[in-house]
Design a protein around this ligand. Structure first.
Ligand code: CP
Ligand code: NVA
Length: 318
């Protein structure tokens, strides 16, 4: 039963699915979501109306800044026939200390699905625990599953199946790398990761991902034979005080033409954006022929529409 039907009828709420990290779905579910993303994107390209979420509402809670996540969720929800509500800490009672559990109980009694961008992963986990409706992680310090969902769809669209391929990560041991590592383990590809000394990959996650992840001291070694090379800002949101120290530590972890030259000749370059040309990537790479960053950004909306449809109405046949 769709979440809000249960809500309106006061019937007991069935176990709700959430998307808080990449391990929340199986390989079969991802295959379904990628198929749906293609169908939904093709409809959009043909200007075909598709309103499976008519009368449904998404609440978006942002405790960190955003361009892509906000626009892609809000536009996507509108295109599916629903609507989205934008909340920030400052403009809500969150900044005045309202407990996350209370927030979850209240918001999830009025909408059909919630997206949260916040700091600790435990915040989205606690919200989900008290929510009557599906909760989507729109980025935490630890994970950014919506971005990796769109990135993998983009790879499939550009190059075909990702199974057995090598995804090279060069840069910070951050939320994006964590989501890539989990995805590799669920979907059967490899992550070759290189992070600077002093910025180690989360040990627990590394262990959980087993042989899906190989760690390299030298970023050039990590790039050899890659089918996808990807990086991210050196300083993520919430870590701004470390910016200057990070600029020094990360100087050799820049994706440049030499590094791309070591990758497979078919390799694509991705970056979740926003990017800093001349820091984590050269302008020549991000604006060059191997870069698919714009398709990647636009695919956020299509992948998330498939995700919203799946979480709110379940599997759809047509
Ligand atoms: N990539 C990404 O999540 O971008 P925003 O921070 O602009 O949402
Ligand atoms: N790792 C970055 C991603 C931004 C979309 C951050 O958390 O700021």
């Amino acid at each position: 039963m769709p979440a809000n039907s249960a809500l309106k009828s006061n019937a007991p709420v069935a176990k709700v699915r959430h998307f808080l990290q990449m391990t929340d779905f199986s390989a079969e579910e991802y295959a379904y979501l990628f198929e749906r993303t293609k169908i939904i994107k093709d409809r959009f390209k043909r200007y075909e109306l598709y309103h499976p979420l008519r009368d449904r509402t998404l609440a978006m809670v942002f405790q960190k800044n955003s361009t892509r996540t906000r626009v892609s969720f809000e536009a996507g929800m509108n295109q599916l026939g629903g609507s989205a509500i934008f909340l920030t800490s400052e403009a809500s009672q969150i900044s005045r200390g309202e407990p996350i559990e209370d927030l979850a109980r209240v918001i999830s009694g009025m909408v059909d699905v919630v997206m949260i961008r916040t700091f600790e992963q435990s915040m989205v986990a606690r919200f989900a625990e008290y929510s009557r409706v599906p909760v989507i992680n729109g980025l935490t310090d630890d994970h950014h599953p919506c971005q990796v969902l769109a990135d993998i769809f983009t790879f499939i669209e550009q190059r075909g199946d990702i199974k057995g391929k090598i995804v090279t990560w060069v840069g910070d041991a951050n939320n994006m790398l964590n989501s890539w590592m989990q995805a590799a383990n669920v979907l059967g590809f490899m992550v070759h990761a290189s992070t600077p000394p002093g910025y180690p990959i989360d040990e627990t996650l590394l262990k959980a991902c087993g042989s899906s992840v190989r760690v390299f001291e030298n970023p050039l070694d990590a790039a050899r034979g890659a089918h996808l090379v990807t990086t991210d800002v050196w300083t993520s949101m919430g870590f701004e005080a470390e910016t200057e120290a990070r600029k020094k530590a990360f100087a050799d972890w820049c994706v440049d033409e030499e590094m791309m030259g070591l990758a497979d000749t078919s390799a694509v370059f991705m970056h979740c954006l926003p990017a800093h040309r001349g820091e984590e990537v050269t302008a020549g790479v991000i604006d060059g022929p191997q870069s698919v960053v714009w398709e990647e950004a636009w695919n956020r909306m299509h992948a998330q529409k498939a995700l919203l449809e799946y979480l709110v109405v379940g599997e759809v046949k047509s």
